[in-house]
Design a binder for this molecule. Structure first.
Ligand code: ADP
Ligand code: ZN
Length: 660
């Protein structure tokens, strides 16, 4: 280990209370310290903040962090102050005086990190400030916002590069995102003006999440959800609905069953929304029922479940929303409820989408096709019979077509300095078992019934070959079905071996199988206005003698389970808590609530659930013991150690009465 790696590790321990870096972190920290530009692509919860905060702590000069979300910014600053790092933010919610105070502090070297919204960068006041401040690095969080191909494009991001160019000395630039597609990454490098950046892409799997996909009639969904919520009263959860009306109806239903649930959607007055968010974040209301308007700014780490009442429009969106569960690394559950009607609704919406007036007809067509492509990825997740964790990692790997087998892969931005980051578990997921199942998703739990579609898949492959990999899905289906369409006959396609091979199979089934073949890598669809179906990286499989292919059958409804499927956490070190631990955990939670109220911050700023669980296991009563708890650094020991240790000591002394 180099000198600087050792120092970085010491900072991690001293300030954050963590013993080791997570995948990708050490690499990124090292590169930033060496003065390189970097692009870090890491899933939600992987620990991006540490990657730029540690270099900031270890360097002189001011580190500027551009972040689009005011609430996230506030959380970050609170967390940093709480571990003893001088940090602050400037954004439009502050008065001019407040902003001046912060900027003055930064100018005089009183701040290590300064968070700003991209809009601030364009203001005259900030330009004046930045001309005189010693800005040593600029970190761009949620960097995908710079790309029009992403879901969260923000035009203000386009001004970041120009801002950096206006600085007297070009600082090093670090960009972070959880969005993986290659096109977005290329945009980030280009539009932020990164200079031969090191690109680090970590695995996209989230091993602590139990992934659950349930096909269920629409009318059964609310009952399923309310039962699940009732069985997990102690837990915090998010329920995503497709419409505003649904969120209010379901929140009311849950309230009737005695659960404190709040509704959240874009149509509510700002103060109602703010209150809902505050109640959820402070654990006053354990459940929020929301549209996709909710969440971008939510950094609540102890969300134990995310339930989707409907299927989202893309797998990216699903990954992001479901990914809000378990950011603290504790076992959490992501359940997707869907049925064929949901799919039809999405398809209809896509077709009727009148699009954006500012685009030409041709551009609109491109957008529509790209959206259809994204939707297919989502449908594939609902229908796959395979492991859902595997689907997740494959989905993001497929953007490159060079999957490395362990869920990690190389940055595909052409650049000499790109890096590959190892993932700790060589298996498909962190909880892999010997029989190839992950043990942490509903498909691997084995209640899914599958339909053999080997014949259909084979016929599709032959047809793609017959057509010289030169046509789209519509033509392939038409040929296989033996269509008598004029252009098809003119092109003599009725003479192909695969013509009419699937004349008795419904269109929809052929499309389903084809879609799944794309997501499984047997086929590949080109991007562009007229997407063409070609062979994928795994195409040879379909030609093998022993080829066998299944899709998940539209299966019967299953009941809710009360236990989490995967007890072991990301590092496999979790034991099932004893009663004693659970009891102490509840007490520690109460202590945390008390402190949170006193300091006027959300409880997770004080300590994460993971830290409290570790504390309940260790039962520290001395400073040294307290420091050995995962997530306790020097500053937190000083701030909160006494109150927690007192609670633990009194719990231990009551031990006799616990009968232990
Ligand atoms: P992201 O921004 O990637 O979504 P965060 O930076 O918010 O994720 O980190 C998620 C959680 O993981 C936080 O609670 C953070 O303190 C924790 N964390 C980060 N790095 C480590 C580490 N090396 N060991 C243990 N926990 C970590
Ligand atoms: Zn699985």
């Amino acid at each position: 280990m180099t000198q600087s790696e050792q120092s970085a590790l010491a900072v991690l321990k001293r300030y954050y209370g963590y013993d080791s870096f997570r995948p990708g972190q050490q690499d990124l920290v090292g590169r930033i310290l060496a003065g390189r530009d970097v692009l870090g692509v890491m899933p939600t919860g992987a620990g991006k903040s540490v990657c730029y905060q540690i270099p900031a702590i270890m360097s002189s000069g001011l580190s500027l962090v551009v972040s689009p979300l005011i609430s996230l910014m506030r959380d970050q600053v609170d967390s940093l102050n709480d571990i003893g790092i001088p940090a602050a933010f400037v954004n439009g919610t502050q008065s001019v005086d407040e902003q001046s105070t912060v900027l003055a502090q930064a100018l005089h070297g009183g701040l290590t990190l300064l968070y700003v919204t991209p809009e601030r960068l364009e203001t005259e006041r900030f330009r004046r400030f930045s001309a005189g401040a010693a800005i040593s690095s600029v970190t761009v969080d949620e960097a995908h916002c710079v790309s029009q191909w992403g879901q969260d494009f923000r035009s203000s991001y386009l001004a970041i590069a120009e801002f950096i160019g206006s600085l007297p000395h070009r600082p090093e630039v670090a960009a972070f995102t959880a969005t993986a597609t290659e096109r977005v990454r290329r945009d980030i490098v280009r539009l932020l003006g990164l200079r031969s950046p090191c690109v680090t892409v970590t695995g996209f799997d989230r091993p602590n999440l139990f992934l659950d996909v349930i096909n269920m009639p629409t009318k059964a969904k609310n009952r399923w959800i309310s039962r699940y919520v009732a069985e997990h009263r102690e837990d915090s959860g998010i329920i995503y609905c497709a419409t505003r009306k649904e969120t209010e109806a379901l929140a009311a239903w849950l309230q009737d069953t005695g659960v404190r649930a709040v509704a959240y959607h874009g149509g509510l007055p700002a103060e109602v929304r703010d209150r809902a968010q505050r109640e959820f974040v402070t654990d006053e209301a354990p459940v929020v029922v929301a549209t996709n308007a909710f969440g971008m700014g939510i950094d609540k780490s102890n969300v134990r479940y995310v339930i989707h009442h409907n299927m989202p429009q893309s797998f990216e969106a699903y990954y992001q929303e479901a990914g809000r569960a378990g950011r603290d690394g504790e076992p959490s559950r992501c359940t997707l409820l869907w049925n064929d009607a949901d799919i039809m609704t999405r398809l209809r919406l896509l077709e009727s989408d009148s699009g954006n007036d500012r685009l030409t007809a041709e551009e609109q067509e491109v957008v529509k096709i790209s959206k259809r492509h994204l939707l297919d990825g989502m449908i594939g997740y609902c229908r796959t019979a395979g492991c859902l964790h595997r689907y997740m990692t494959r989905y993001f790997s497929d953007c490159d077509g060079d999957e490395s087998g362990d869920g990690t892969r190389n940055g595909s931005v052409p650049d000499e300095g790109r890096r590959l980051t190892g993932h700790p578990q060589p298996g498909r997921t962190g909880t892999g078992t010997h029989d190839g199942t992950c043990g942490n998703c509903s498909n691997c739990e084995g209640t899914v019934e599958s339909v053999d579609v080997t014949g259909i898949a084979r016929a599709i492959s032959i047809c793609v070959h017959d057509l010289d990999q030169g046509f789209g899905m519509g033509k392939i289906v038409a040929v296989l079905r033996g269509s008598k369409a004029q252009d098809l006959l003119q092109r003599r396609m009725d003479a192909l071996a695969s013509y009419g091979a699937l004349k008795d199979v419904p269109d929809a089934r052929i499309r389903d199988v084809l879609t799944q073949m794309i997501t499984d890598g047997l086929l590949h669809v080109t991007e562009g206005r007229l997407p063409i179906i070609q062979f994928g990286v795994d195409a040879a499989r379909a030609a093998r003698q022993d080829f066998h292919y299944e899709i998940k059958r539209v299966s019967h409804m299953r009941g809710s389970r009360t236990v989490y499927g995967g007890e072991p956490g990301a590092d496999g070190s979790h034991d099932i808590p004893t009663d004693r631990e659970s009891e102490l955990f509840e007490r520690l939670r109460a202590v945390r609530r008390g402190i949170a109220t006193d300091i006027g911050k959300p409880p997770y700023i004080v300590f994460s659930d993971k830290t409290l669980r570790d504390m309940a296991r260790i039962e520290p009563v001395t400073a040294d013991q307290f420091l050995s708890v995962n997530g306790v650094g020097d500053n937190k020991l000083n701030l909160y150690g006494k109150r927690f240790m007192q609670a633990i000591a009194s719990y231990v002394s009551e031990g006799v009465s616990h009968g232990r």
